[in-house]
Structures are given as C-alpha cells and as structure tokens.
Design a protein around this ligand. Structure first.
Ligand code: ATP
Ligand code: MG
Length: 240
C-alpha cells in the first residue's frame, strides 16, 4: 500500500512549501525515506528554482527531477484551473493521481503540497480536495498564527471532514517575534476546541536565507517527530 500526506492550507502563501520541506526533514530524522511533490504549480514552471518544486527539491535534497516533482506547471500566477485554461491544457485528474501513486512507491512516505487552499479549482468540476479524496491520504493543514486563523482553520477542517478526509492536525506557521496580536496565545486552543484537531506545532518566522540546516533545526524543535510518527502509524500504516 502506498502512502503519503496531503499538505493543504487555509489560503495561498501561508507556508505550505516551507512546512512541507520542514516536515520532510523531521520525518527523515525519524528514519523514513520521504519524497515531496507539488502536483500542480502556477506562477513558476517546473524547472524554476524559485518555484515550489524547486524550493522543495533544494531544501529536502530529493533526487527526483523537476517534472517528476511538478507534473503540471504554468507561468501564470493564478488558480490551477484558470492557469491551465489560459495555457490550453486540461489537467487529467486520474492521470495525476496515478503519477502521485507511482512517485509514492519510491518512498516510505510522500508529502504532496496542494495549491492554494483546499477548495481551489483544478478542473472544471473538481478541486484540490478531490485529489486528497482520490488518494485517501490524511491532511496536514497549514494556517496563520494570528487574528482570523480560527475561522479559516475551522472552515477548512469542516470542508475536509465533509468530504471524508482525515485531518492529522494543524501547523501554525510564521510566528513573528514581537508581534502584539492579543489573539496569538489563545488561537491554538480555539482551533483545537472548535476544530477538533490537534495543533501539531508552531513555527517561528525565520530570517532569510532559508536553508536546509535552518529548516531542520527550527522544525525539529517545533514538532514532536516521535508523536508525529505515532499518528502516522495509526492512520497511514507507515513502517519504521
Ligand atoms: N516560517 C517562515 N519563516 C520565514 N519565511 C516564511 C515562513 N513561512 C513561509 N515563509 C515565506 O513566505 C512565503 C510564502 O510561503 P510558502 O511559499 O511556503 O507558502 P505556500 O502556502 O506554499 O504558497 P502557495 O500557495 O503559493 O504554494 C515564501 O516566501 C516563504 O519563504
Ligand atoms: Mg507553495
């Protein structure tokens, strides 16, 4: 049985790529062979080092090639359906699921980064959520730490569950030093109480340049790798 995690977020630019890379490094530390994939990328072509696939490859050091990591890419920085349409391309859902499954066979665990949030349109009648549904993989939801995040995160959790998806938990990304937002402290508890999913970690805002070493240090400190493995064993039957 092939397995993986689908990494989604409450919005675009929340930190899915950074968190996907950080998660890969934490899980690798636990002895897993971890792969990464960004099935549909807009704003950068697959071989652009500044695109999500390029950053995932650089930060995690996976051997897979750009087109393997990113099967569909478009230069227009808009939702996949709109970008694909303007490029005259139809994204083949079944074919994409097949490519993801084939990639997953090369690893103990494959982390798949969605595009934007869960309900972003990818085809004329399907969204990012449908990829996760087809894969039957659990979700990690990346969310902002500050004001507004409880609503966005609980909405995402509800939309996920209503489609039969299983959220493993939420990662709050981008705590800035000195930020004076009175909601910051209570937000994790509110998300757990109203969303019914655990907050797996709180990731600080990191200074540039982002490097593998920095990501590894920060994420190992912020996430409990063993607890994560335990959760994965229960839901995706990861060995090791
Ligand atoms: N914890 C962090 N510390 C410092 N920079 C961060 C952090 N998280 C995200 N960033 C930066 O914020 C920007 C958005 O993050 P990222 O690219 O991971 O978002 P995303 O959710 O993957 O966006 P998209 O929807 O385009 O895939 C990037 O420039 C990234 O380097
Ligand atoms: Mg991204």
């Amino acid at each position: 049985m092939t397995r993986g995690i689908f990494v989604t977020a409450t919005d675009t630019e929340v930190g899915k790529t950074v968190v996907t890379a950080g998660l890969a490094l934490v899980l690798r530390e636990q002895g897993l062979r971890v792969g990464v994939m960004k099935p549909v990328q807009s704003g950068h072509l697959a071989d652009d080092p500044e695109g999500d696939g390029g950053r995932l490859k650089r930060w995690t050091g996976v051997e897979a090639g750009p087109e393997e990591i990113v099967p569909y890419s478009f230069s227009l920085p808009v939702a996949p359906l709109i970008a694909a349409r303007s490029a005259g391309v139809a994204i083949d859902q079944a074919g994409l699921v097949e490519r993801i499954r084939t990639m997953a066979e090369r690893y103990d665990l494959l982390l798949v980064e969605g595009a934007g949030g869960l309900l972003v349109p990818v085809g004329p009648d399907w969204t990012m959520a449908d990829l996760a549904v087809e894969l039957e993989w659990p979700l990690v939801i990346v969310a902002r730490p500050n004001l507004g995040t409880v609503n966005h995160t609980v909405l995402t959790l509800e939309a996920a569950r209503s489609r039969g998806l299983h959220p493993l938990g939420v990662i709050l990304n981008g705590y800035r030093e000195g930020e004076r937002d009175p909601s910051l402290e209570a937000n994790p508890e509110m998300i757990e109480r109203f969303g019914g999913a655990p907050v797996l970690g709180r990731i600080p805002w990191m200074e540039e340049p982002m490097t593998t070493e920095k990501l590894r240090d920060v994420f190992i400190r912020a996430l409990d790798g063993r607890a994560l493995m335990e959760r994965l064993r229960l839901t995706v039957r990861v060995e090791g």
